[in-house]
Design a protein around this ligand. Sequence first.
Ligand SMILES: NC(=O)c1ccc[n+]([C@@H]2O[C@H](COP(=O)([O-])OP(=O)(O)OC[C@H]3O[C@@H](n4cnc5c(N)ncnc54)[C@H](OP(=O)(O)O)[C@@H]3O)[C@@H](O)[C@H]2O)c1
Length: 339
Amino acid sequence: MKAGDPKSIDPNLIDPKTVPSFTLSSGEKVPCIGMGTFGSDRYAPSEVAAAVAGAIRFGYRLFDCASVYGNESLIGGVFDGALKSGAVERKDLFIISKVWNDMHGRGGVLLSLAKTLKDLALEYVDLYLVHWPFPNYHAPGCDGDARNPDSVPFSAGDYMAVWAQMEKIADAKLARYIGMSNMTVGKLKAVLPHCRIRPAFIEMEQHPSFQQQELFDYCAGEGIQVIGYCPLGSPNRPERDKSPDDVIDMELPEIAAIAASRGIHPAQACLKWAVKRGSIPIPFSVHGKNYQGNLLAVTGDLLSDAEMEAMKKAERNCRLVKGQVFLWPGAKGWEDLWD
Ligand SMILES: NC(=O)c1ccc[n+]([C@@H]2O[C@H](COP(=O)([O-])OP(=O)(O)OC[C@H]3O[C@@H](n4cnc5c(N)ncnc54)[C@H](OP(=O)(O)O)[C@@H]3O)[C@@H](O)[C@H]2O)c1
């Protein structure tokens, strides 16, 4: 089935052309929502890949991948099948991947991207991100108390050495856009003036109880498109990312009230809020009912101005992905990672 051909669209599927888009500084349009692919140490790569296949069929076109998620080779099989069968054309997909912390060294970015391209069965990615602004490695699946004695604090100089490698892969057209993830306003101010190619996207944690308004506004002011991760408050995140004081977004009264008045699931209220705000949420689910409902939520009407105002009160400054496993010797606590 060719995407967008009205005669070939199953009435139970979403025509990707009806999914709203955001316009980048380059003038290109990108879908206003995507699907996350981090299995949170719970879902096998095959389950995540099956969800990606179902999501492409249903109408998703943007996918957030990463080498560290350990499932790119199986997801690549799905992309390859969808492209070869003609279910979707390459130009209509927007595929994101990320370089992991252990590949920041000289030549590491290109090596990492080469492996990702092989695994994803692609000739280029649409967006390549620096996953974290630290070269600090921890073993996948480690617990929250794990620390690596070689870990170091952020250094703008070291980061720019990584960014220069990112610029080279953009020059080589192996990534159509390059971007950053897990940044702060302070870190962006330190590096943006030195970028030959500016980041087109910043991926950041963003959900109603952690709106990051200052960082969001800063990116908007710089013409950088925001991608919001954990858009539903990541209820099934790995145990190492859970602390007793964490808020459960989908149970917040501000969200429950909007969901009840509209007769929708709280997840859908979170996504209608994110897209109305101007960010691209990348919710994850392996369950068809959930990922379909998530795409449907943003193809219908979004929140009203009054509902958007009410959602401001859901802010609890509740960062979920604190990153404590990346702390360096001498750091006081996870807050040090965020300036
Ligand atoms: N750049 C970074 O450092 C970074 C960090 C974290 C995450 N990410 C990206 O962001 C993506 C999303 O983050 P996340 O998976 O942690 O959090 P999330 O999308 O906020 O939450 C995902 C969870 O919500 C549940 N869910 C999804 N849709 C639902 C619905 N309609 N109704 C009820 N429950 C629903 C899912 O449960 P079920 O599986 O039961 O449906 C899933 O476990 C990741 O997959 C990854 O691609 C990036």
